[in-house]
Design a protein around this ligand. Structure first.
Ligand code: GLN
Length: 513
């Protein structure tokens, strides 16, 4: 078996035994990146030399018998909205195309001190707004299972690089489904932690009350390994949870006896792709065979999830994105051209004696802001800013934002009630498998509806995982969605691990890889 087919856990033990070196591991994944990234387009930036240098350093340390971190010598990809000191962090936007952060995100610090090999930054929908990675202004990412299809989004690059065996571990973010949906579309495992479980310090904000960083990998075991490194309290993020982090890798094998699984009836209603429904039902059967008790449950406000999410997320986005004004950092429109134009125009108005028009014309500063934002942001980001600004404006605030917040509370209460009766909630991750590139790109509503089953966990702040559970007849992966009460990531991981012990969907690989 080639090194790139091993899981991070397997690599970790082979490295510890001295059977392989970090340089060999890094070299093997690097070769796969070179072989496939042009076709798949998962990475926006890669760093071969720095990765190999780091690998050499780890090998040396190990040779000397010095202690190394839990991810020593294991390549990890970072979604390109997580700040890396001295290295570009673009959010796949023209606005930040040349932005070089002066500091590392907390998760990056943690990965570095775990001795992970940070090998590259992955593509995403611009500012993580989207579900197909098509809104990226900086590159196209394709689904390794079918290059005509999207990898999902917004962590499309993060999922695609795993499926294509370019890395064993990858870090994504999930605001409304952006870890779980691309994981489902690419046949990998991805976990959105409880809000607050992982520090957001150094994560470029989209919707701050919903954003969470989380682990993606090819097995639940690897997801546990990575989450253990990422999770933990951080004084620099005031929303970070000050609670101890379990040893996920250690509790993984504890069986879940007497497991009660809730299935929301509405998640299997009309509109669900029949092949997706069949694969998820089959997944449910696996749990039943292992002794789980299956109960039908209701999440009565679930159907308002999309509406609430698409008010709250754009509202927070419109506020977060106000900082991109071309003054502090990021893209700025061509000032020389702007000033020349403005002088020319003022001269013309003055010559014509049209002083009122002159007074009404924008001063160059306002023009600079306006033009910078018009040129720097793509259409989906602008749509969100407009939706959010509208929803927050005086006169509409109560009708939209406040109402959405009330619905959000009801959704959380639905979950609280459901979790009085069941330990986990199971359903599909998405209504259908990966779609063709271009199919939804011009129809925002149909793109938003893909988030039907995922936004609930973000609105409620609870953890959720996507686990591969089968394929469609066209060979596209299907994801099984498990949701758990707050801070119960270990329950999700144990359930996913249990599932992956008796199924092999997660080990399948696209012919391309
Ligand atoms: N597809 C959702 C959106 O466009 C979710 C994105 C995300 O989780 N970052 O907002």
């Amino acid at each position: 078996m080639s090194l790139i087919d091993l899981t991070a856990t397997e690599l970790q033990s082979q490295l510890a035994l001295g059977h392989i070196t970090a340089v060999e591991v890094t070299g093997a994944f690097w070769a796969q990146i070179e072989r496939l990234n042009e076709q798949v387009g998962a990475f926006l930036a890669t760093r071969r030399d720095m990765a190999l240098e780091a690998a050499e350093r780890i090998d040396l340390q190990r040779a000397k018998g010095a202690a190394v971190g839990p991810l020593a010598g294991i390549p990890v990809a970072l979604k390109d909205l997580i700040c890396t000191q001295g290295e570009r962090t673009t959010c796949a936007s023209r606005m930040l195309a040349s932005f070089v952060p002066p500091y590392d995100a907390t998760v990056v610090e943690r990965l570095r001190s775990a001795d992970a090999i940070l090998i590259g930054k992955t593509n995403l929908d611009e500012f993580a707004m989207g579900g197909s990675t098509e809104s990226s202004a900086l590159g196209v990412t394709r689904n390794p299972w079918d290059l005509e299809c999207v990898p999902g989004g917004s962590s499309g690059g993060a999922a695609a690089c795993l499926a294509a065996r370019m890395v064993p571990l990858s870090v994504g973010t999930d605001t409304g489904g952006s870890i779980r949906q691309p994981a489902a579309f690419c046949g990998v495992t991805g976990l959105k932690p409880t809000y607050g479980r992982v520090s957001r310090y150094g994560l470029i904000a989209f919707a701050s009350s919903l954003d969470q960083i989380g682990p993606m990998a090819r097995s639940a075991e690897d997801v546990a390994l990575l989450l253990e490194v990422l999770a933990g309290h951080d004084a620099r993020d005031s929303t970070s949870a000050a609670v101890p982090v379990p040893r996920y890798t250690e509790c993984l094998r504890q069986p879940l006896s007497g497991l009660r699984i809730g299935v929301p009836r509405a998640h299997f209603a009309d509109g669900l792709d029949p092949e997706v429904a069949a694969a998820v039902q089959e997944g449910l059967r696996v749990y039943r065979d292992q002794g789980a008790e299956i109960r039908e449950i209701e999440l009565p406000h679930g159907r308002y999830g999309i509406a609430a999410y698409y008010v709250i997320a754009p509202s927070e986005a419109s506020s977060n994105l106000a900082r991109y004004d071309g003054v502090h950092y990021g893209y700025r429109t061509d000032e020389a051209a702007l000033l020349a134009e403005w002088r020319e125009e003022s001269r013309r108005l003055m010559d014509a004696g049209d002083t009122s028009a002159l007074q009404q014309s924008d001063n160059p500063l306002v023009r600079m802001y306006r033009r910078t934002r018009a040129e720097g942001f793509g259409p989906e980001v602008k749509r969100r800013i407009m939706l959010g600004t509208y929803a927050l404006s005086a006169g509409y605030y109560d009708a939209y934002y406040l109402k959405a917040q009330k619905v959000r509370r009801l959704i959380r209460q639905d979950y609280d009630r459901a979790f009085e009766q069941v330990d986990l909630i199971l359903g599909p991750v998405t209504p259908g498998p990966a779609f063709r590139a271009g199919e939804k790109a011009s129809d925002p509503l149909s793109m938003y509806l893909v988030d039907l089953f995922t936004v609930g966990a973000n609105l409620a702040g609870i953890p959720a995982i996507s686990v591969p559970c089968g394929f469609t007849s066209r060979g596209l992966p299907v994801g099984l969605h498990l949701q758990a009460p707050p801070l119960e990531e270990s329950r999700l991981l144990r359930a996913a691990y249990m599932y992956q012990q008796t199924t092999d969907w997660h080990t399948r690989k696209p012919s391309l890889a």
